[in-house]
Ligand binder design. Structure first.
Ligand code: MLC
Ligand code: AMP
Length: 496
């Protein structure tokens, strides 16, 4: 945070943010975040790591709230805008947030919870005005700064706690590696409750003194409109977004295609990550934009760990080499380092690695080896010095549209439906989404349809976690231990 403020003070009159048709300078961001910090503090000297949850549309308000929380000494807990009430309640309860901030769009959603939980509820636009300049607390690197929720191999999402030091390392490493400067201008279309949007796009841009422009959500048409009408020269997205941009471009008349291609060719950098980039997407994007996408690998717990080079050979199907300051090793099941060419689990060490899972010391312990390496659960191999992802060690983790989704979490909710006697959730390969969530159900009552179940589920889990396909069976296949053999279920979803 101190570093971010340092940049800000150098670039006061430069445009920091463009959102909702308005431009905001770094000075405005500084003033607005200080005002919010002051309001959060309410006369206290320091929030002392109090959790402040916030549900705010991506744009200037989002950043001023995030910075305001940090500047007041709190822990920022961004709430996903797509979450239904039970998921919001879970995050607010799990973090023990005593203060929740919302903009007017989300105030109504949170009002029920505010009544139920009695937290302090701040609605943007209805803030008190600041009385006089205040003294903000000094934040050292070891302070907790943010909690992001990640789905894993447990049925409930875990809060990943990062310190100011972790964030500074994650941001500064990328700013250097990808050569961000204050002349850059990026467009953020990613959700702001995950590291990809928060760190790689917004924080890197602001750290470098660049401009970040926001679209509240993704639409291929809107993205190309911004590209054509502004000075965007850096773009980062998940493979699904590149897939959607390609499909849209392919449907345009030739003259529009050409104008877009000419604009894209002038970009400085285009990055893909959060899920494997299919070779077909990389190649088509190259034809359209004349850019070889820079593919990198990261995780909520580590920020970015491995990246193809900014200058040099970006290899199709590879995630590149460890970023400076990030130690990476591949180990076998006995935790012994494997030689080049042999597959192993990616383990990571460095200042970029998170502090802990919030209030889950056992899960934190299990996530690290006795000598302090973080176990990612991703399997990779090194070939000619480049890392290539082979898969994950857990069949229960699904990546769809760049979102990590836990099959166990969805199964747990499905099991509470009165007519479901048994169920299993798997990920099935899909070029556009990476994987699609698919559910196999055993039903007590044939009168209930999968459409009914989907409608019921929609009220309980975020839309991006919903199964896209269902199959109903008499019985689930199980091994001698009684465990469902998920690999036997996947063929049920192969196209006929
Ligand atoms: C939505 N749809 C899906 C889906 N999500 N279909 C299949 N699988 C999914 N996962 C369907 C909807 O039902 C809807 O269909 C249609 O797609 C449009 O829905 P939407 O919600 O409007 O989707 P859209 O906004 O287009 O979202 C696509 C997206 C989004 C790619 C923009 O998924 C996204 O923002 N992904 C990024 C997630 C991210 O930031 N991950 C980073 C995690 S951090 P219908 O029929 O109803 O119209 C991380 C670390 C790292 O991983 O390394 O970065
Ligand atoms: P999340 O937990 O949402 O932060 O997602 C992190 C996971 O995304 C990693 O553990 C990987 O499985 C996956 N991931 C991120 N980048 C890539 C990539 N370039 N290729 C393949 N998988 C990736």
């Amino acid at each position: 945070m101190q570093q971010l403020l340092h940049t800000t003070s150098r670039n006061q009159e430069q445009t920091a943010i463009i959102s909702n048709g308005q431009s905001y300078t770094y000075q405005q961001l500084l003033d607005a975040s200080e005002a919010l910090a002051s309001q959060l503090l309410g006369g206290a000297a320091d929030l002392n790591e109090a959790r402040v949850a916030f549900m705010v549309t991506p744009g200037f308000d989002y950043v001023r709230v995030q910075w305001g929380i940090w500047r007041a000494g709190g822990i920022a807990v961004p709430l996903a805008l797509s979450y239904p009430l039970p998921s919001l309640r879970y995050v607010i309860e799990d973090t023990g947030a005593q203060v929740v901030v919302a903009d007017e769009t989300y105030a109504a959603v949170l009002a029920t919870l505010a009544e139920e939980k009695g937290f302090r509820f701040i609605i943007l636009g209805q803030e008190e005005s600041r009385a006089s300049p205040i003294q903000l607390p000094q934040l050292d690197r070891s302070r907790r700064a943010m909690i992001l929720y990640t789905s894993g191999t447990t049925s409930l999402p875990k809060g990943v706690v990062t310190t100011h030091g972790n964030l500074e390392t994650q941001i500064s490493t990328l700013v250097d590696a990808w050569q961000w400067t204050s002349a850059d201008h990026t467009l953020c279309v990613l959700p702001l409750h995950h590291v990809h949007g928060i760190i790689n796009v917004v924080s890197c841009a602001l750290w470098a003194g660049a401009t970040v422009e926001f679209l509240p959500n993704f639409s291929a048409e809107a993205v190309f409109d911004v590209f054509m009408s502004s000075r965007v020269n850096v773009f980062m997205a998940v493979p699904t977004i590149y897939f959607k941009l390609i499909s849209y471009w392919e449907g345009l008349p030739a003259d529009e295609q050409q104008t877009i291609s000419e604009t894209l060719a002038g970009f400085r950098l285009m990055v893909s990550g959060s899920a494997a980039l299919p070779a077909s997407v990389m190649e088509k994007w190259k034809t359209i934009s004349d850019h070889t996408l820079l593919e990198r690998y990261g995780m909520t717990e580590i920020g970015m760990g491995i990246s193809n080079p900014y200058e040099g050979d970006r290899r199709v199907g590879y995630i590149g080499q460890p970023l400076p300051g990030v130690s990476v090793r591949l180990v076998d099941e006995e935790n012994v380092v494997v030689p080049e060419g042999q597959p192993g689990e990616i383990q990571v060490k460095g200042d970029n690695v998170f502090l802990e899972y919030w209030k889950r010391p056992e899960a934190t312990d299990k996530a690290f080896t006795p000598d302090g390496w973080f176990r990612t659960g991703d399997i990779a191999v090194v070939e000619e010095g480049y890392y290539r992802i082979l898969g994950r060690d857990s069949i229960d983790i699904i990546k769809s549209g760049g979102y990590k989704i836990s099959a166990l979490e969805i199964e747990e909710v499905l099991r509470t439906h009165p007519t479901i006697s048994d169920c299993s959730v798997v990920g099935i390969p899909n070029e556009e989404w990476g994987e699609l969530v698919a559910a196999v159900l055993v039903l007590k009552d044939d009168a209930v349809t999968t459409a009914d179940i989907n409608g019921w589920l929609r009220e309980r889990i975020p839309g991006y976690k919903l199964p896209r396909q269902y199959r109903v069976v008499e019985e689930l296949p199980r091994n001698a231990m009684g465990k469902v053999t998920k690999n036997d279920l996947k063929p049920l979803f192969q196209p006929a």
